[in-house]
Design a protein around this ligand. Structure first.
Ligand code: 6R9
Length: 661
C-alpha cells in the first residue's frame, strides 16, 4: 500500500518528516529488557542463551540438551525436558498466590462481560479436561476446535494441553469444507464447536456450518461438544454423539485432572496455513520450544508484566491469537482480554471504549485495522481516555509509515513505543522487531532480528544484499518456536521451507519464509511481502491456488486465475479472472455462484473483490498464466513486458473490462 491513498489523514508536518523515533524514557526505565548487551549475549552464547526462554517456565524435569541438530532440519529443542503447558499457563499462577487475579477478561459484542480469575480458569480447565477424558480423548489424539472468540475456546485449548491432546483450531470464519479438510488431514475424531455468535448485533448460526463440515469428514467422528453461546436466541438439536458443553462441565463439578507431563518435543498443537499449493499445511508446534519462545517474546517484545491488562485484538483462530492471546500472556500470568465482535459495533469507538473501561496497558493489532481506524477518523480515539496504554504493537502485514505514525500519535499519544513484529504461523512467535526498551523505531521497517535469530536478506546466490537492496528474507539458524514439520508430510516440510537455499551435503540449513525484504545500514529489516502465491487479505493469509480451485469448481467456469490487487483497508483484495465454459455467459448469476463457491470452499474472508469474465487468460508460449500482468491490471498500473505472451491482445480487453466496472 502506498502512502498516497491516505493523504487526507491528519498528521502534522513534523511527524510526516520524522523517520526515526526514540523509545520514551519513561518506558525504557520500566522495560523488561533494556540492556543492549542482550544481542551480544545471544550471539556469544548460542544456543545456550535460549535457556533464558525455557527458564520462564516450570519444568517437570530439566532438559538434557538445549538443541539437537543431528537430524536437521528436523531440529529438537530442550531435549529430554518434560513439562505441561496448561500447568504453566494456569496452575502455577494459582500456586503462586495469584488465584484471584483476572486471567481472562472477555467481552461479548452485546456488552456482556465475563471475568475468569486464575482460580476460575483452573477449575473450568480441569473440569473440561475431565470431561474430554471421559469422552475417550487420549494423549496425542488431535481435538479440533471450530469456535469464535468465546472463553470456552482458550479453556478447551488448555484442557487439551492438560491431558496431552494436541488441538487444531479452525478459524470460525472458515467454511464447512475448510473444517472437513482439516479434520481429515489431522485424522481428528473430536470437535468442539458452538451454536453461534454475534456479529454486528446479529446472531450468526455456526452449528449448521459445523454439522455440514462434519458430514464431509471421511472417518468416524467420536464426539462433538457444543457450547451454547446464544441461549434461547437460536434453538438447535444435538445428535447422538453431540454433547452440551455446560452439561459436561457441570457433571465434572470440582473434578481435577493431573497435568500430563509432556516431552518438550511432543506436539502442543497444529495450525493449518496456506502455501503455494492448494492443500493447507498443518504446522506442528511443540510443547517446550514453542511455549518457551512465546513466553520469552511476550516478555521481551510486548513487555508484558503479570499486573498488566493486555489486549491482542486478533482472533484465536490464527497463530497470533494462539501465541499472543493465549499461550504467551497466560504463561506470564498476566490478564489477557478477549473481544467477541467487530470494532465498529455499536459504534466506531468500540475498541477505544474497551481500552478506556479496562485500563488496557498493551494493545496489539494489525495494520489493516489501523487503516480502518484512520479512515473512520481520529475523533473516535480522541473521545476516549487511552492514557493507560504503555506499548502498541502490530502484526500480520507491512505497515506503511503513515499508518504507523497515525497509530503512534492518535492511539499512543506519542508516548508508547510501537513494535512492528514480523513472524509467521511457522515461526511460532516474533522474529524480526525492535526491542522496545532498547531500539529506536523506524516507521515502516520492522526492525532488527531478535537476539538469537539469524535473519539475513540474501540474493539468489546466497550472498547478503547491500543496504537498501531487495532480496529474500532467510533465517540461518534454528530457533525454539519453529515448526517441527508439516503434519504428516516431512517431505513437504523440507521442500517448502528448506530446499530453496539449503545445502544438505554440507549440512547447511537455511529457512526460507517466502517473504521479500530489504535491510538498511543499521540491520533494520523492511519486509516487502510474499514472493509466493499467497495473498494477505486484511492480515489473513490465503492461498491463490485454494481460491482458484474453488472458482474452477463452479459449474460454468473453465479456467481461472486469482491475484491480489491493492486495497486501501484490506491491504490486498482478491481479484478473480475467469474463462467461462462453452456458451455460458459471464452473467450476474454466474458471478454470484463464483462468490458462493469461494465462500463455501474457504469462507467469507476470501470473497472476491472483483470478478472478470474473459474469453482467454494471458499466457506465455509455454502455457503459463502471466499473473504479474493480471496484478498490474488489478492495480491499474502500466503494463510491463507483454512480448512473451502468446495472446498479447487479451490484456487490453481485460483491462477495458476492469476499467468499465
Ligand atoms: C503472524 C502472522 C505470515 C505472513 C508473513 C508476511 C506477513 C506478518 C508482518 C508481515 C510485514 C510484518 N507479515 N507480519 N509482513 N511486516 N510485521 O501474520 O502469521 O498468518 O502465517 O502470516 O504475514 O508476509 O510471511 P501468518
Amino acid at each position: 500500500m502506498g502512502d498516497g491513498s491516505d493523504q487526507d489523514v491528519q498528521l502534522e508536518a513534523r511527524l510526516v518528516e520524522q523517520d526515526s523515533f526514540e523509545p520514551p524514557e519513561e518506558f525504557v526505565e520500566q522495560a523488561n529488557v533494556s540492556d543492549p548487551g542482550i544481542y551480544e549475549e545471544f550471539e556469544e552464547n548460542w544456543p545456550d542463551a535460549w535457556e533464558q526462554a525455557a527458564d520462564l517456565l516450570d519444568w517437570e524435569s530439566e532438559w538434557d540438551d538445549v538443541l539437537v541438530e543431528e537430524d536437521a532440519p528436523f531440529y529438537e529443542w530442550f531435549v529430554g525436558g518434560e513439562l505441561n503447558a496448561a500447568y504453566n499457563c494456569v496452575d502455577r499462577h494459582v500456586e503462586n498466590g495469584r488465584k484471584n487475579q483476572a486471567a481472562i477478561r472477555w467481552e461479548g459484542e452485546l456488552g456482556e462481560e465475563r471475568i475468569y480469575t486464575y482460580q476460575d480458569l483452573y477449575r473450568e480447565v480441569n473440569e473440561f479436561a475431565a470431561a474430554l477424558r471421559d469422552l475417550g480423548v487420549e494423549e496425542d489424539d488431535v481435538v479440533t476446535m471450530h469456535m469464535p472468540m468465546i472463553p470456552e475456546l482458550p479453556i478447551a485449548m488448555l484442557a487439551c494441553a492438560r491431558i496431552g491432546a494436541p488441538h487444531s483450531v479452525v478459524f470460525a470464519g472458515f467454511s464447512a469444507d475448510a473444517l472437513a479438510t482439516r479434520m481429515n488431514s489431522a485424522d481428528s475424531e473430536y470437535l468442539v464447536t458452538c451454536d453461534g455468535y454475534y456479529r454486528r448485533g446479529d446472531a450468526l448460526n455456526h452449528i449448521e456450518k459445523a454439522n455440514e463440515g462434519l458430514a464431509g469428514v471421511e472417518h468416524e467422528v467420536e464426539d462433538v461438544v457444543v457450547v451454547d453461546r446464544l441461549g434461547d436466541e437460536q434453538p438447535y438439536e444435538l445428535s447422538d454423539n453431540q454433547h452440551d458443553y455446560d452439561e459436561l462441565v457441570a457433571a465434572q463439578d470440582g473434578e481435577r485432572v493431573e497435568p500430563v507431563p509432556r516431552d518438550a518435543e511432543d506436539m502442543l498443537f497444529l495450525m493449518y496455513t496456506s502455501g503455494t499449493t492448494g492443500e493447507p499445511k498443518g504446522a506442528k508446534h511443540t510443547t517446550g520450544g514453542y511455549l518457551s519462545y512465546v513466553a520469552w517474546t511476550a516478555q521481551s517484545v510486548l513487555d508484558i508484566k503479570p499486573e498488566d491488562t493486555y489486549w491482542c485484538s486478533a482472533d484465536i483462530g490464527w497463530i497470533t491469537g494462539h501465541s499472543y492471546i493465549v499461550y504467551g500472556p497466560l504463561a506470564l500470568g498476566t490478564t489477557t482480554m478477549m473481544y467477541e465482535g467487530t470494532p465498529d459495533y455499536p459504534d466506531k469507538d468500540r475498541l477505544w471504549e474497551i481500552i478506556e473501561r479496562n485500563a488496557v496497558d498493551i494493545f496489539y493489532t494489525a495494520p489493516t485495522a489501523i487503516r480502518a481506524f484512520m479512515k473512520w477518523g481520529e475523533e473516535y480515539p480522541a473521545s476516549r481516555d487511552l492514557s493507560s496504554l504503555r506499548l502498541l504493537g502490530t502484526v500480520g502485514e507491512p505497515i506503511n509509515p503513515r499508518a504507523w505514525k497515525w497509530y503512534y500519535k492518535h492511539i499512543g499519544d506519542e508516548s508508547c513505543p510501537v513494535v512492528d513484529t514480523w513472524w509467521q504461523t511457522e515461526t511460532g512467535g516474533m522474529m524480526v522487531t525492535t526491542l522496545p526498551g532498547i531500539n529506536e523505531m523506524k516507521p515502516g521497517s520492522a526492525g532488527p532480528a531478535l537476539p538469537g535469530i539469524d535473519a539475513k536478506v540474501i540474493h539468489p546466490d546466497k550472498e547478503e544484499v547491500d543496504p537498501g537492496q531487495a532480496g529474500h528474507l532467510t533465517v540461518q539458524k534454528p530457533w525454539p518456536g519453529m515448526l517441527r514439520t508439516v503434519y504428516g508430510n516431512d517431505e513437504r516440510f523440507v521442500s517448502e521451507y528448506w530446499e530453496e537455499y539449503s545445502d544438505p551435503d554440507n549440512d547447511e540449513w537455511i529457512y526460507f519464509p517466502e517473504d521479500g525484504a530489504k535491510i538498511d545500514e543499521d540491520d533494520f529489516i523492511t519486509v516487502l511481502g510474499r514472493i509466493d502465491d499467497v495473498l494477505n487479505v486484511s492480515g489473513h493469509r490465503l492461498g491463490t491456488m485454494e481460491i482458484e480451485s474453488a472458482v474452477v469448481g463452479v459449474e460454468g467456469v473453465a479456467e481461472a486465475a486469482v491475484v491480489g490487487g491493492d486495497h486501501e483497508v484490506k491491504g490486498e483484495a482478491v481479484y478473480v479472472y475467469a474463462i467461462t465454459e462453452g456458451d455460458t455467459d459471464g452473467d450476474g448469476e454466474l458471478r454470484e455462484r463464483v462468490v458462493e463457491g469461494v465462500e463455501d470452499a474457504i469462507g467469507p474472508i476470501a470473497r472476491p473483490e472483483e470478478i472478470v469474465f474473459t474469453p482467454e487468460l494471458p499466457k506465455t508460449r509455454s502455457g503459463k498464466i502471466m499473473r504479474r500482468l493480471l496484478e498490474e491490471v488489478a492495480n491499474g498500473e502500466e503494463l510491463g513486458d507483454t512480448s512473451t505472451l502468446r495472446n498479447p491482445g487479451i490484456v487490453d480487453d481485460i483491462q477495458q473490462k476492469v476499467q468499465s466496472d
